[in-house]
Write a protein that binds this ligand. Structure first.
Ligand code: HEM
Length: 396
């Protein structure tokens, strides 16, 4: 945990768009528990965790990965060759919760399509880099098998975002329900594997990773953060759009195994929870700095039509200077001015709120499109990496 003062936490939260300056009283808050008394930091995913531990210990993961490979669409039958208890479990969980609202999910899909370029940018450069200053996440990702190959890992994570943002995501012909369940299996495997890593144990402040609390924190770094940024950037959204966007995330984290009682019911609740559980946790770590350098290095290899200085300043713009300093991103003051003045004008013009294209319009446009293409190409190319269950940890 970081030792940020309350004032710094609040100003960092405001800078990140994660807190309102007024400081709302959060739901999962002062007692650290919900009304029902359970504490999300101490809830994992017991049933599937037990199943995956058995499968890992029996050396059955490679066979399981082979069996799971053709299982892609939401309406695909469960593949054959799964251990009977895992098949029984998946049969129960591989479906939308009873409270899922098809009309809201359809609206969310349409909203994702309408705002896709902003979403790719914010998930990719905002949430993606923010994950490196969430210490538990950075340490888990770094010391798990996937940490050794960030390009591959980023591609797999893209798969999740892409499937979630797809027009058919939650429809029978979509893929998100299956992708979420595969991710749930990966997380269960990681809960068994990471505690066996001496490297992870040496730096971790927890015994078992990826609790319900951790997943909620990551949700806030994704959904809650992106929602706040869209509001801050005055991207037009109807109340129904906002509600639908939240609903899609509520369903997504349910599918990842978060108990319904912990899932925020409104954006106000989500904002409050985020202020309480995400903002104070943000801090640099050795692992996170290395992951960020790698992720930004990979992004900079692509022709985005901008300099590395611009990329660094854009990250500072979306995540705050505090985060930029933690990650050691060198300053480029000319690019900083361009981003800080040009980006709001670019959005206003793009959204029809400004009659004349501002200076730098084409630069921003190309940058936004290049990030979107990076996202789309990576996952739709035949070489895109399917989500697979790891069999070990990062060697060290
Ligand atoms: C794996 C998404 C929360 C740590 C994955 C994968 C996806 C994903 C798609 C599979 C891709 C891959 O294997 O790299 C998510 C989402 C989350 C979430 C959407 C929350 C909304 C977390 C949290 C942690 C975490 C809270 C840790 C604190 C990991 C690790 C892996 C993984 C260590 C395995 C990487 C490997 O292959 O070794 N996650 N995750 N995730 N996730 Fe998460």
């Amino acid at each position: 945990m970081s030792n940020l003062s309350r004032r710094n936490v609040l100003s960092l939260g405001v800078a990140l768009g994660l807190a309102s300056a007024a400081g709302v009283v959060p739901a999962w808050a002062s007692t650290g528990t919900t009304a029902a008394g359970a504490d999300p930091w101490w809830v994992w995913d017991d049933e599937v965790d037990g199943l995956m531990a058995g499968i890992l210990d029996a050396g059955q993961v490679p066979a399981l990965n082979t069996a799971l490979r053709p299982w892609v669409d939401n309406d695909d039958p469960l593949p054959t060759g799964l251990p009977a208890d895992l098949a029984g479990y998946l049969r129960r969980v591989n479906r939308l919760p009873s409270w899922a609202d098809p009309a809201k999910l359809r609206r969310a899909a349409d909203f994702n399509r309408r705002k896709d370029t902003y979403l790719f940018m914010l998930y990719g450069l905002g949430s993606g880099i923010m994950s490196t200053v969430i210490p538990r996440e950075a340490k888990s990702v770094y010391w798990s098998a996937g940490g050794a190959n960030m390009q591959d890992r980023a591609a797999k994570t893209f798969t999740f975002g892409y499937d979630l943002s797809d027009l058919n995501a939650f429809e029978p012909s979509g893929q998100f329900v299956v992708t979420a369940n595969k991710t749930r299996l990966v997380h269960a495997a990681v809960r068994h594997l990471l505690p066996q890593s001496a490297h992870w144990r040496a730096v971790a402040d927890e015994r078992i990773p990826i609790s319900n609390g951790d997943i909620l924190v990551t949700f806030h770094s994704l959904g809650t953060y992106v929602h706040r940024k869209l509001l801050e950037w005055r991207v037009p959204m109807s109340a129904a759009d906002e509600e639908a966007f939240l609903h899609q995330w509520q369903v997504a984290i349910h599918l990842l195994g978060v108990r319904d009682e912990f899932i925020p019911k409104t954006w106000a609740e989500a904002d409050a929870q985020s202020t309480r559980v995400l903002t104070p946790l943000l801090a640099p770590t050795t692992e996170g700095k290395e992951l960020a350098a790698e992720l930004l290095g990979l992004t900079a290899q692509i022709d985005l039509g901008v300099t590395r200085g611009f990329l660094n300043e854009f990250v500072r713009y979306v995540l705050s200077d505090a985060v930029g300093d933690w990650l050691g991103l060198p300053r480029d003051y000319a690019a900083a001015t361009l981003v800080r003045t040009g980006w709001p004008a670019y959005i206003a013009f793009r959204e029809g709120l400004l009659p004349i294209a501002p200076a730098g319009f084409y630069l921003f446009d190309q940058f936004l499109r290049a990030i979107a293409m990076l996202f789309l190409n990576k996952v739709s190319s035949p070489t895109s990496t399917p989500i697979t269950i790891p069999t070990g940890n990062r060697p060290g």
